[in-house]
Write a protein that binds this ligand. Structure first.
Ligand code: ATP
Length: 312
């Protein structure tokens, strides 16, 4: 039973979405995952996740995508809270409320972001005092992208994406995300990637980050970064949904410096020169009607972090 006098105050954590500046897909490992080398960047499309002591486990979602996110035990935030409670022998349930702005099922890791936010929020709520490294270890059990969403910034990911190393990146980068209605699941895209490669993977070995991309990030110049954007899943995503190829072409014609399918898609991320270019591209892409929604963002930004409680 909970008591209003002793319960700690609810904790709200803000968490970003991610874009993969580089996603190199290597061979299939024995555990069924592909060996990856990726460079993540956190961008300022955010979810806010609030956890509060409650008599029973509960999850609720508000925001424009609320109706397509599960609120049962399959919600990744719920899985994160239960994992942390089990691992740290906490015998208390929480109500998790997610204010969702990260597009769902778009290759921007929104579910992983909510899991990352929940770990950070529950750590604070329950007074566990875990280190970032400890939280990232729990995060890796929940999904390949979850540790990065705790860390934020720009970072390399190896293994299946969960082993992080810092990257020196200067400056800020302006992005425009074209979010389409085309359904595309992550396993479907990996399967198509394997099919297209037909056993003749151009990356027979475990891939390594491209040094030219690293050099471009040190300059802080989007013109240097644009030609280095790489996604090995892009061919597969475009093969399954040719409209994505057309969307990429439109964005380039409208002045983007570079364009890439985000993660396993179907969102397409365009790198632009500055905020004015971001506004122009957003208007142009919106006018074509080729995307359900077009959103501007800036990266890198911080990973999951506690923010002051909202006063409504
Ligand atoms: P990734 O980039 O990690 O492949 P994604 O951005 O393509 O992920 P998500 O937004 O994480 O996709 O959602 C994928 C599916 O996960 C959704 O369709 C939804 O059913 C389920 N899901 C579970 N928990 C959540 C959550 N907290 N937020 C969003 N989706 C969730």
């Amino acid at each position: 039973m909970t008591s209003a006098h002793t319960d700690p105050a609810p904790v709200t954590v803000r968490v970003p979405a991610k874009v993969n500046l580089e996603l190199l897909v290597g061979p299939l490992r024995d555990d069924g995952f592909h060996a990856l080398s990726t460079v993540y960047q956190a961008v300022n499309l955010h979810d806010d996740v609030t956890v509060a002591i409650n008599d029973e486990w509960r999850c609720s979602v508000v925001g424009p995508y609320a109706d397509v996110v599960p609120t049962d035990s399959s919600n990744l935030a719920m899985r994160a809270a239960r994992l942390l409670a089990d691992e740290t022998a906490i015998d208390a349930a929480v109500h998790i409320s997610i204010n969702k702005s990260i597009p769902v099922a778009g290759g921007m890791a929104g579910g992983s972001a909510d899991a990352a936010a929940t770990l950070v929020a529950c750590d604070r709520l329950w007074g566990l005092g875990l280190s970032t490294e400890e939280l990232e270890e729990y995060a890796a059990e929940l999904g390949s992208d979850v540790p990065f969403l705790i860390r934020g910034g720009t970072a390399m990911g190896s293994g299946r994406g969960e082993r992080l190393a810092p990257v020196l990146a200067r400056g800020s980068y302006h992005w425009v995300f074209a979010i389409s209605d085309i359904g595309l699941s992550t396993p479907e895209v990996y399967a198509e990637c394997d099919r297209l490669r037909d056993g003749s993977s151009p990356r027979a070995d475990v891939p390594e980050p491209n040094s030219q991309l690293m050099a471009a990030l040190r300059t802080g110049d989007p013109h240097a970064l644009a030609p280095q954007l790489t996604n090995d899943l892009q061919e597969a995503a475009v093969s399954l949904r040719p409209e994505l190829g057309e969307l990429l072409e439109s964005g380039m014609e409208f002045g983007a410096l570079g364009g890439i399918v985000s993660g396993s898609g179907p969102t397409v991320a365009f790198l632009v020169e500055d905020v004015e270019a971001a506004i122009d591209l957003t208007v142009a892409l919106t006018a074509t009607g080729a995307a359900r929604e077009v959103r501007k963002a800036v990266g890198p930004v911080h990973g999951a972090h506690v923010i002051p409680a909202r006063v409504d």
